[in-house]
Write a protein that binds this ligand. Sequence first.
Ligand code: KG4
Ligand code: ZN
Length: 417
Amino acid sequence: MRILSIETSCDETAIAIIECSGSKKRPEISVLSNLVSSQVKLHAKYGGVVPNLARREHERNLVPLLLQALDESRIMNHESRKKKTKPLHNSLFMIHNSILNKEPELLAQFEKHIMPLSAPAIDAIAVTYGPGLAPALWVGVNFARALAIFWKKPLTPVNHMEGHLYSPLIKSYEATPRKIEFPTLSLLVSGGHTELVLVKNFGKYEIIGETLDDAAGEAFDKVARLLGLGYPGGPAIAEEAAKMKNEKIKMKNESSAFIPTCRRDHGKSHDNAKFKIELPRPMLHSKDYNFSFSGLKTAVLYLVRDIKNPREVKKLRPAIAKEFQDAVVGVLVAKTIRAAVEYKTKTVLLGGGVAANNLLREKLSSELKKELPEVSCWLPESTVTGDNALMIAFAAYLAGKKKAPTSVGAEANLRLS
Ligand code: KG4
Ligand code: ZN
């Protein structure tokens, strides 16, 4: 089965074309094209994603990206390039008047570059329809609807989190596919979500815990901003925390050096006490599987405010970043293991942008090995941790359902259960 997929839920415009075969439990994938056009640099100036800028960029990027994907995948043969698709009059009418009428730039590119082509050799189109930023989602959804109508192909709407969930099963460049066994537990950590999901079967999910406020990635981004680090915050914090090894040595050698603070409840001043930077582990011992990261962010805010001197903050930044990262990872790993025990899961999967974090990857796999050696822990390859369309095509193959193009719409707050 050959699937063309489109992802525009946030600030990455992505298109992939894959071939899937085999049973769903042991799927084999061949990646014909996997393109991501990142808008990170554009949004970095604003310290976060600006929805309407994202939407405009998606509108500009989709057609060039699709043409590149078709080219790379070599699924448009010479003949089909010459042979124009003869669309039905009413599908053209729909594309102009009710599908791409709000995206004039995309419509113009569609008319110029897509309409002269005949339909490529694909079996289905998959598109992310939520959750995400509504203006960004709509561009991808409308583009997918127009293609499905124009090329007369079935359309499969995919939940973005379902893409992240199955991403650890994508082992595109290895011979042996990973086999999924139910029940599976998935820890999903991204910029907008932090969820523990019990996967009972393909398409059958139960969210057993989630964040009550900020998502883990969001906390990384906000703390990075507080510390004067760049956007996106996750990689910036991880990089800063990695400096800590050297810092420690320096601090030990300089007896007069300022030793990092700050338990706020200490009541001692910074310069005469032997402080350690200590941040809370929110909800670590709560009986449920929920998370909360906004208090952790506020603790960093108070810390920075107490230290006052920006030069001092900069000096202590690696120590703060490390403690913050340890706190987030510690809570995520401890609760995942507890849930794996309670729900007797056979596999633990990790997915989402924060799955790029090396400490999280190491801790999750090593702690699971120690505590539950019979449970397999699957991490996504680093190429599929961030938003991409490959995971959307793959999720469509495993769990997707075809729908009539006109009945598909963006759902910004879509949930897995
Ligand atoms: O899944 P994703 O690419 O987009 C959403 O669906 O939200 O996740 C983006 C999030 C951002 O908050 C980013 O800071 C975080 O993933 N992230 C990381 C790392 N790389 C990306 N967080 C921690 N450590 C990283 N290395
Ligand atoms: Zn994502």
